[in-house]
Design a protein around this ligand. Sequence first.
Ligand code: TYD
Length: 205
Amino acid sequence: MESDSPHLRGRLVVFEGIDGTGKSTQIKLLAQYLQEHGIEVVTDYEPTRGEWGMKVRNAALSGERLSLEEEINCLLQDRREHVREFIEPALNRGAWVLLDRYYLSMMAYQGATGVNVEDLRQMNEEFATIPDVAFWLDIPVEMAMERMNARGSDKDAFENETFLQACSAIYSAMEMPWLFRIEADGEIHETQARVREIIRAELEV
Ligand code: TYD
């Protein structure tokens, strides 16, 4: 979709990583920083709470997961709607969109389930806006598991150690010029400082 005022187009910034890496905290802190610089910011996540996203969430919470084909179809449908109805309209009016998970999650998670990672990338890039910057928040899987246990929330079907190791390995092998690995096993504000440094260098805030 073409913007009427291309010079006003916002930026798409994506946070990725296995569960328990602190993506939502980093997004909140970055949103504050950008707002202090007078930028309109919207934040959101995938899977969404729309019809398709909820199908995947509910299945995972019941500990089961859909069939792989059904899971991919639902997630693609969910993302298609998200891009069309939320992400593109926001970018076109000049807002910055900060996302907790996007299609790199599909490459990592459905890739770890056995689908060819490059095929997954192509399926998504047929319709999904390419991020301006994506961060892979990298922490050891054992630490992510500890954080999830400390949170005390029930684990969903995606959250077991062997599977998350496979997801992590896929993230670490990704090579896109707009993807940045951030060490996220330290203090929250240290991680945020690294995020902001890259945002300033890449996107000239
Ligand atoms: P998650 O970020 O854990 O949601 P919340 O913290 O709100 O419960 O996302 C739910 C799960 O969905 C997560 O374990 C990863 C998985 N997922 C995929 O498998 N493929 C995808 O394309 C996306 C966006 C998420």
